[in-house]
Design a binder for this molecule. Structure first.
Ligand code: DAK
Length: 263
């Protein structure tokens, strides 16, 4: 493996990249339930930046006990507002969210606070049946800071987001599925396998089309309906300048699998 993929707090597995177009990033701070300190976020963003040119589909996961139990409370305890403002976490979150290709969160165990926010910042969540979600910041005298009042509310609606963010109660994978927060619940031993299968399916599609769809879906969170529809239409028109659109439609008519080049 290339040396720039050697990190302290994450494992980056690129062995499936050339065959199936999938990279797996595993959060690896098991002693603190994968608490997300700034260094870990920096490593995730560096890993994404290192693979971006290869148009990969990314699976982001943790271990059986925790996807991530939130931002690192030890790191935050003594912080002043100025430390928070000057910290580059905000920039790192923005960079994470602007990764152009799909990121699938494969979530087992605790997925709390910043961990939940990180999973929601992915394109979709596949949850193991042992997953526990929540925004417990209220239990430690603070508030969510990376989407726990925003993405969460837009995804599950005001009543559920208010209930969970204001009580700090956790909810399980099946409740999360019912609320539309997770795409699928699977036996926890198979979560990463299922996420990789889903990633492999995506990796067979046109990377540019995937990118445009991701952009469109994210726009549904950020813009008015009319603005979003305009962007969607422009992206649709744009595909007609792509070899991949010609190839996809040609292959359909010739009853053969398409061979996309990403052009
Ligand atoms: N940070 C640091 N250490 C943590 C941790 C965390 N979030 N969560 C767990 N740990 C550590 C524990 O301190 C313990 O360490 P030792 O005592 O062994 O040294 C070890 O992990 C195992 O945890 P427990 O002994 O507590 O394990 P249990 O199974 O008994 O309980 C638990 C598991 C997940 C229920 C519990 O650990 C827990 O409640 N953890 C804290 C969850 C939490 O409050 N998370 C929210 C943190 S605040 C922002 C971006 C993001 C954020 C804010 C701003 N910007 C971009 C501005 C996010 C904020 C947050 O996430």
């Amino acid at each position: 493996m290339n040396s720039h993929f050697d990190f302290e707090n994450i494992l980056v597995d690129t062995k499936d990249l050339s065959q199936s177009g999938v990279v797996t990033i595993t959060l690896n701070r098991p002693k603190v339930l994968n608490a997300l300190d700034t260094h870990t976020l920096r490593e995730i963003v560096a890993a994404l930046s290192g693979i971006k040119e290869l148009s990969p589909i990314v699976v982001l996961t943790g271990n059986d006990k925790a996807f991530a139990a939130g931002a690192d409370i030890k790191q935050m305890l003594a912080a002043k507002p100025s430390d928070q403002i000057n910290d580059d976490r905000e920039k790192l979150w923005t960079e994470f969210c602007s990764f152009p290709f799909p990121i699938i969160a494969a979530v087992n165990g605790f997925c709390l606070g910043g961990g939940h926010e990180l999973a929601m910042a992915c394109d979709l969540i596949i949850a193991g049946d042992n997953a526990k979600f929540g925004q417990p910041e209220i239990n430690i005298g603070t508030t969510p800071g990376a989407g726990g009042t925003q993405r969460f509310t837009r995804t599950v609606g005001k009543a559920k987001a208010s209930y969970y963010a204001l009580t700090g109660e956790m909810f399980d994978a099946f409740a999360a599925e019912k609320m539309g927060l997770v795409a699928k619940v699977v036996p926890y031993r198979t979560t990463v396998v299922e996420a990789k299968e889903c990633a492999k399916k995506m990796a067979q599609k046109s990377p540019m089309a995937l990118r445009l769809i991701k952009e469109g879906i994210n726009a549904a969170f950020n813009t008015t309906l009319n603005e979003g529809l305009k962007l969607e239409r422009r992206n649709f028109y744009l595909t007609f300048s792509m070899d991949d659109q010609k190839e996809g439609m040609q292959a359909f008519l010739e009853k053969r699998p398409p061979q996309y080049t990403g052009q």
